[in-house]
Design a protein around this ligand. Structure first.
Ligand SMILES: [Zn+2]
Length: 483
């Protein structure tokens, strides 16, 4: 490769990275996440927009990749290559048009890779319905390697025939939580309620009033199932929801979900990486989700396809606030269960991919201790909005994104950050007449005096409102100017 070529490619990476950093500026939550995730000692790249600096960036990322591979080899050797105790990957996708061999790791950027492969392989029409099952079934240009049951050997011949092997990982603790929130929490995608064991989990692990007979319980479960699958939750009266223990909340709680997982429940979205990718058999290029834009840019330059762009954005449920989430969810399960969960789901992956998982959990617990003492945060900036009742700071003008009219509630202010607010369980809220006005929100109350403030959008059915996801809608009538 000529020096000029290297410079050109690396210049592209710098552009990608600059865009990525630009995104971070608009999402303070992501910045928090970034800070947490980068806790392990890894070489970091400073972005300076010159060709020399670009070369430096590429070099730094290459070192990172080598360091990660070395660590995987070290752990595999130390465990007598049984880190996996599994020597075959469950599935691999060879994409010759791009020159990559992909081991899918769900809830770790897999849909972005799928998008990229679909775009690379299909004409636009087919691309519309391109998903993982299409890729598995009848994809003309992707070789799907459903690996046979006997031991998989990534031998020299395969190495020459197949693309460059790579996989994406993220902090295993965060990934587990993100999978729960995204797929099960309130049966957001209703298909998960039945297909992905949501109903089964609730049936098995929800404690209900002992005066209910078995028939009562089955009837209530059936009723809950109908409501969830037909997305009627938002139109029910509060009393009707409260009356049915299986609708309150509608999906499995984190505690119930963890019980299920500890009792042998498994799903690709929470399956440890080592169990699906055979990291001791295949020498992968390991990308971290937390640095996916710059690292995918590097990967594309290695396979000489720098024109590719993964365009990865942290999706809503991954959205920052990792500390808060860990706190909020892990405090609902016992210390004993945390330890079991760590041993069964996180330990090996955390060692293989050098994630400080124990820190992530204990950070959550420390945060919890602070919250217990009513830890009030003061936002920076000169224009602050406070709780009208108790004058606790709630928002800052610098975070104001938009003013939104909602049909029922009047005008609200949309902020990228909220301070000193407590979030409720997720709840469905229909904002208008059409079904597409359905949103999933968490109601917000003042941490100190519990006054109602508004909500944070988790999900907006209406595509035009998607930008609101993750943001805070506060009502000016509940706020007053403060310092
Ligand atoms: Zn208050």
């Amino acid at each position: 490769m000529t020096t000029l070529k290297i410079l050109l490619m690396t210049a592209l990476i710098v552009v990608n990275m600059a865009i990525f950093n630009g995104n971070l500026k608009f999402n303070s939550n992501s910045m928090v996440a970034n800070k947490v995730e980068s806790a392990t000692e890894e070489p970091t790249a400073t972005v300076i927009p010159t060709a020399t600096a670009a070369y430096h960036v590429e070099h730094v990322i290459q070192q990172r990749f080598e360091k990660r591979s070395d660590n995987v080899r070290k752990i595999c050797n130390a465990r007598g290559n049984k880190a996996a105790s599994v020597t075959k990957p469950s599935e691999l996708f060879d994409v010759p048009s791009i020159g990559l061999l992909w081991c899918p790791t769900f809830k770790a950027g897999s849909s972005n890779w799928l998008d990229l492969f679909c775009k690379a392989n299909f004409n636009h029409k087919i691309y519309e319905d391109c998903d993982i099952s299409t890729m598995r079934a009848n994809n003309p240009t992707t070789r799907y390697l459903s690996v046979p049951a006997d031991e998989f050997k990534y031998n020299k011949v395969m190495k020459e025939e197949l693309g460059l092997p790579f996989m994406t990982v993220r902090n295993p603790v965060t990934r587990f939580l993100s999978a729960y929130r995204d797929k099960w929490e309130m049966a957001r995608s209703p298909s998960f309620y039945k297909k992905r064991y949501g109903e089964e989990i609730v049936r098995q692990y929800r404690s209900v009033d002992p005066s209910f007979s078995e028939e009562d319980k089955e009837a209530l479960l059936a009723e809950a199932g109908t409501v969830i699958l037909n997305r009627q939750l938002g139109s029910l009266r509060h009393e009707d929801v409260a009356r049915n223990p299986y609708l309150n909340p509608p999906g499995p709680t984190f505690k119930e979900f963890v019980k299920w997982a500890l009792n042998g429940g498994m799903d690709p979205h929470i399956m440890p990486y080592y169990q699906s990718c055979a990291p001791c058999s295949i020498d992968y290029n390991i990308l971290r989700l937390e640095k996916l834009n710059e690292e995918s840019g590097y990967l594309f330059s290695v396979i000489e396809r720098s024109y590719l762009n993964l365009d990865f954005r942290m999706s809503l449920n991954v959205h920052g606030k990792t500390d808060d989430c860990l706190l909020e969810y892990f405090r609902t399960i016992s210390k004993h269960d945390v330890q079991l969960l760590y041993n069964m789901f996180f330990k090996v992956d955390c060692e293989l991919y050098s994630y400080p998982c124990k820190d992530s959990i204990s950070k959550g617990r420390q945060f919890l201790a602070r919250m217990g003492k009513l830890f009030i945060v003061h936002p920076n900036g000169s224009h602050i909005y406070c709780c009208k009742e108790c004058k606790t700071p709630i928002a800052a003008k610098k975070d104001l994104l938009d003013r939104c009219k909602t049909l029922v509630d009047g005008q609200g202010f949309l902020f990228s950050a909220g301070y000193n607010v407590k979030e409720s369980h997720v709840s469905e809220r229909i904002m208008g007449a059409a079904e597409e006005d359905t949103n999933i929100v968490r109601y917000l109350s003042c941490l100190k005096c519990k006054a109602y403030m508004g909500w944070r959008y988790e999900y907006c059915e209406n595509k035009e409102h998607r930008y609101r996801e993750g943001q805070y809608l506060l009502f000016p009538g509940n706020l007053c100017p403060g310092k």
